[in-house]
Design a protein around this ligand. Sequence first.
Ligand SMILES: C[S@@+](CC[C@H](N)C(=O)[O-])C[C@H]1O[C@@H](n2cnc3c(N)ncnc32)[C@H](O)[C@@H]1O
Length: 314
Amino acid sequence: MKALPIVRGLLSYVPGFERWRSRGTGGSDSARYCYAVWMRHLVKAAESGLDTSPRTVAELGPGDSLGLGLAALLSGARRFVALDVIEHAATETNLRVLAELERLFAQRSPIPDDREFPEIGPDLDSYEFPHHLLSDERLAQSLEERRVAQIRDSTARPQRGESMIRYVAGWSDRAILEEASVDMLCSQAVLEHVQDLSGVYRAIARWLRPGGFASHQIDLRSHGLSADWNGHWAISRPVWRLIVGRRRYLLNRAPCSVHLDHIRGSGLIPRSGVRQHRVSAVRRRQLAAPYRGISDEDLETSGLFVQAQRPVDQ
Ligand SMILES: C[S@@+](CC[C@H](N)C(=O)[O-])C[C@H]1O[C@@H](n2cnc3c(N)ncnc32)[C@H](O)[C@@H]1O
């Protein structure tokens, strides 16, 4: 058991500490990272037979920039909505990322692979630029000069009525988005942090239009809170409470099958699900009480990529 996470949890009770400590969320302040993530969700959607020309794209937990959504807009989406619990993404960063994304699309750059970003899932069979999805004809329209200027303007002034972008930081109510208004909702390394998993999965299902789909990469590892990749399932409830402290979000510790159950329970139909496996670093007898009944498969699942669709007739 590491001591530092407990110290951090205790420090979170000190007024102002969390804001002061904030050091970014992962990688989305890099355009190449956002490009790599967007392309993975898009390529996988094609493999699952899902719509790869979504009009309205939403993202849960964009983190340090709105780059995934900007990549979606440059690919032809008309509208992007980002929901986070904290405002991590600054306009200046978004504009820089947009300029770099424009270059990546213009050059039809290959998708950054697992050597450049070993932490980004899911793996793809090919990292070539996906010409079959983003044809020259499609990109001639989506990257047309006036359209890109509109995306730039929307990025600079997302609060304007005609902006193609809506960024809500501090959302908590599912009424924040209209029912059946989203074609594709992505999240990358977010759902392992969400506290109200049932409420959020139900909200996602409600926001999707019939036939629309959600695309999630979920990192089920301990995020450095324990020495072992799955040591967080061996931490007792009282100690976990100390580690969490008053942080705005940390980990919900839900194993893979809990996410899959929530997805099915929300009425969505999983179209593809790839479990990322890793040998368990903890023995079954070391597990904390709430995790003793975990299946062998869950115990060895370190990540999940899943795409799930709202039935067309709903
Ligand atoms: C590890 S970061 C990932 C950021 C980004 N998606 C990336 O790939 O770098 C987790 C993000 O989830 C957000 N988050 C946590 N709980 C959330 C919730 N209930 N709804 C939306 N976002 C949430 C955090 O504020 C943060 O932006």
